[in-house]
Design a binder for this molecule. Structure first.
Ligand code: DAK
Length: 263
């Protein structure tokens, strides 16, 4: 499949998905969703890819939400299909076995914030703006915003933002705990790739186990979560990377992980 609404690149074990409809501030339409699904399929099928970065084309927007002109033209059933597809595809970002980093370079509004929230963490440029303004359109966030935002920043703050639709500049989003790091716009991608490379160099079994343990644990009580951690830890102990990591420490050298899922 060729891509027209996103750019999909893989370089040095890091995949980058760039939302690419700059004339519409990278708004999400059905065609973009289909291409995002295709890119996620390619990532899941390629064990060489260790980290995925999501960002937006141009210097103005990450993603300015669902494409309002397309939304306005939908029949109820088309709207339902768009919503089902959108939720499923965006949830797949969170469910990817490898880490996903959002590099938010501008407006991340509505579905754009929701895509960023489905990533494992967010770095933002100092020019970025977040927000769930759906309420001003007479709708509510429909791509996971009512669920992921309160889990990240707490119910009361999330409710205030969802009820008012207020836009939040990146430094405030960082204070709220939505964003891990805010950097000058021109340094954003360098900082993101620096972190992506550091993560990609780690043992692949441990990385996947860590992501799964955190994600599954958040959906359950502490006792069950701790049991999930035990299982994930056990999986790590079966991997050659665990042997290499501990041996390297004893030998006072840097670990050389295999980068493989099996021995
Ligand atoms: N959709 C379509 N086009 C958009 C767009 C969007 N979301 N955002 C911007 N554009 C287009 C503008 O129409 C304009 O196009 P031209 O007029 O040049 O042809 C171009 O991008 C540049 O935008 P502006 O001229 O407006 O640029 P400004 O700098 O003045 O303003 C802005 C930037 C981001 C503040 C403004 O464009 C804006 O407010 N955009 C809309 C943001 C928004 O409300 N986003 C939330 C969309 S609602 C669902 C699940 C999920 C969703 C819905 C349903 N189901 C479960 C059913 C999700 C909903 C949303 O995301």
């Amino acid at each position: 499949m060729s891509y027209e609404n996103i750019v999909f690149e893989v370089k040095e074990e890091i995949a980058t998905i760039t939302f690419n409809r700059p004339k519409a501030l990278n708004a999400i339409n059905s065609a973009l969703l289909a291409e995002l699904k295709q890119a996620l399929d390619s990532i899941e099928e390629n064990e060489e890819i260790r980290v995925v970065v999501l960002t937006g084309a141009g210097d103005k927007a990450f993603v300015a939400g669902a494409d309002i002109s397309e939304l306005a033209s939908f029949s109820p059933l088309q709207g339902k299909l768009f919503s089902q597809k959108g939720q499923a595809i965006i949830s797949r970002i969170q469910a990817l076995p490898i880490p996903a980093i959002a590099a938010v370079n501008g407006y991340a509004l509505g579905g754009g914030s929701e895509i960023a929230l489905a990533c494992d963490f967010i770095y933002a440029s100092d020019k970025a703006t977040f927000g769930l303004p759906e309420i001003t359109l007479g709708i509510i966030p429909g791509f996971g915003g009512t669920q992921r935002l309160p889990r990240l920043i707490g119910a009361n703050m999330a409710k205030e933002l969802i009820f008012t639709g207020r836009l939040v500049p990146a430094p405030e989003a960082a204070q709220l705990g939505m964003v891990n790091k805010v950097v000058p716009a021109e340094q954003l991608m360098d900082k993101v790739y620096e972190t992506a490379k550091a993560i990609a160099a780690k043992g692949q079994v441990a990385l996947r186990a860590a992501k799964e343990a955190v994600n599954h644990g958040l959906n359950t009580d502490l006792v069950t979560g701790l049991a999930i951690e035990v299982d994930a830890f056990t999986v790590c102990m079966t991997s050659p990377d665990a042997k290499e990591g501990t041996t390297a420490f004893m030998e006072k050298r840097k670990a050389k992980f295999s980068g493989k899922l099996s021995g």
